[in-house]
Write a protein that binds this ligand. Structure first.
Ligand code: PYC
Length: 324
């Protein structure tokens, strides 16, 4: 017998996009507000309430069979900070992300597509903090991420597969291990081995108790390499928490990298760093110093792929997603 079904509408409208390959699903339906009560307060408190009471909605929205590998969902909520126009929290098929760069670019292009914004800048309240967003019109948007911080530089880790790698532990809204000496070409043909190696690194960080400075799991691994196109500066394979690789160069990962490059004296204020994904899509990143604080900016492009209505038929055994 099927378990009693928790609150979930039978239909929900969403807008899907991809940010140079990386999928985003923005929930765009009044029904969700009638059905779920996230209370008042900050984006963090609304996200936590969603996680505690309505986590099944997350799985139904972005997990199999309705979601896609690597998809990040965005729930728009009212901001608590009066300087922000919107609030948003992010989730994927295994949990929640405090910030997501590609999904922020996807959200800006989606809001532009819906006529909710004009080409301009606005402030977005996210669980990681306040993020500046500019929709340039059409498919292009820039986000200014939270301040990057590197807490370990040149850390050597022995992986479960026996390989020794050296990298930096850094954050810019999410936690990353950024590594250059992983020994693999950052090309599509190597995605299975890049995935395996980055999982080995992630497992080894966990086994050694290496975390963010408040015990956060380092759940994104960035394997860096030289660009394939001489107009660009670097290339990245990024393993996401759900085991999928980021089809884009990873927005928050690129922000964290910008912070490391600055500290290493490899990127001057205002200079552009063009970062390729393992698939070849490019973000343009730079930073400004505001009151001495590094503010990274990442510019990218997103395209709407669908305006759809998801169906959650009450007779569907998988209306809440596959059980995994
Ligand atoms: O663009 O920040 C990002 C991101 C994180 C996980 C997937 N994309």
């Amino acid at each position: 017998m099927m378990a009693a079904t928790p609150e979930l509408p039978t239909r929900l409208r969403v807008i899907d996009s991809h940010t140079i390959g990386e999928p985003t699903r923005v929930v765009w339906d009044d029904a969700i507000e009638r059905l779920i009560d996230l209370g008042a307060g900050t984006v963090v408190s609304r996200r936590d309430r969603f996680r505690d009471r309505y986590d099944h909605v997350r799985r139904a929205l972005v997990g199999d069979p309705r979601g896609a590998d690597a998809m990040v969902g965005v729930m728009l909520v009212p901001p608590a900070d009066p300087s922000c126009t919107f609030g948003a929290f992010y989730f994927n098929r295994v949990g929640y992300l405090d910030m997501c760069g590609h999904a922020t670019i996807g959200l800006a292009v989606t809001l532009g597509h819906l006529g909710r914004i004009t080409p301009d800048s606005f402030r977005l309240e996210t669980p990681a903090g306040m993020v500046g967003v500019t929709w340039h019109g059409g498919n292009n948007a820039t986000f200014e991420c939270v301040t990057p911080r590197r807490i370990q530089c040149g850390l050597t880790v022995e992986c479960a597969d026996g390989n020794l790698v050296t990298g930096d532990v850094a954050t810019s809204g999410l936690w990353f291990f950024l590594c250059r000496d992983h020994g693999l070409p950052v090309v599509p043909a190597e995605i299975p081995r890049l995935t395996e190696r980055s999982w080995a690194i992630r497992r080894s960080l966990e086994a050694r108790g290496i975390t963010g400075d408040r015990g956060e799991t380092i759940d994104h691994v960035v394997l860096l390499g030289p660009p394939q196109d001489t107009r660009n500066h670097g290339r990245a394979f990024v393993l996401c928490p759900d085991g999928a690789f980021d089809r884009s160069p990873c927005g928050t990962g690129t922000s964290a990298l910008v912070g490391c490059l600055r500290e290493d004296g490899l990127l001057a204020e205002g200079d552009i760093w063009r970062q390729e994904s393992v698939l070849g899509g490019v973000y343009e990143a730079s930073y400004q110093l505001r009151d001495g604080v590094c503010v990274p900016a990442v510019r990218g492009s997103a395209w709407i792929t669908a305006e759809s209505e998801l169906h959650f038929d009450t007779t569907d055994p998988y209306r809440l997603g596959l059980p995994r």
